[in-house]
Ligand binder design. Structure first.
Ligand code: S3P
Length: 178
């Protein structure tokens, strides 16, 4: 898959609370690209919220829906896609994204992530007795997958706008190389 890459899109991967949605929208605006969000695609295809899918059908089912939308996105051009935090753990998803998109991972420490998500309640995986511990565990388990991105961007000391600028810059570098 890797050597047949035709990079016309940008995919943002990374843990919950790293700013994928906000940054993705800013990047799409700057490049005049379309914007997609895998969670939103799943919600509109099923008519259910992510929390409802987790609760009624289970995480496995949700992961299958994720793989399906990743396939759908592969026909797009000039699109920025923000992905759910667990999506790159499935190697098929990362391979599909890499075939058409520059894959950028937004990174932050567990402490920073907790600070950003603690007042939000829509993420089923953080409905846990000890959400801080859960963040540390999930992040550690996912780190090797996130590190397979083309570009790793630490978001801690940058504003959302600065992160978006970096993503645009990396995409332009990539386009210039082709
Ligand atoms: C998940 C992250 C969520 C959403 C779902 C599962 C995860 O997306 O896909 O709740 O496994 O980390 P965000 O990363 O946009 O919060």
């Amino acid at each position: 898959m890797q050597n047949k890459r035709h990079i016309v899109n940008i995919a943002l991967i990374g843990f919950m609370g790293t700013g994928k949605t906000s940054v993705g929208k800013l990047v799409a605006e700057q490049l005049h690209f379309d914007y997609l969000d895998t969670d939103e695609m799943i919600q509109s295809a099923t008519g259910k919220t992510i929390a409802e899918i987790f609760k009624n059908e289970g995480e496995k089912n949700f992961r299958e829906l994720e793989e399906k939308v990743v396939e759908e996105i592969s026909v797009r051009t000039k699109t920025v896609v923000s992905t759910g935090g667990g999506l790159p753990v499935n190697p098929n998803n990362l391979a599909t994204l890499k075939s058409h998109a520059l894959v950028v991972c937004l990174w932050a420490s567990p402490e920073k992530i907790w600070e950003r998500v603690k007042n939000q309640s829509h993420r089923p995986l953080l409905h846990d007795e000890n959400p801080q511990q859960k963040i540390r565990e999930l992040l550690a388990a996912r780190e090797p997958f996130y590190k397979k991105a083309d570009v790793l961007l630490n978001t801690e000391l940058r504003s959302l706008r600065e992160v978006a600028q970096q993503v645009v810059h990396q995409f332009r570098l990539e386009s210039a190389r082709r």
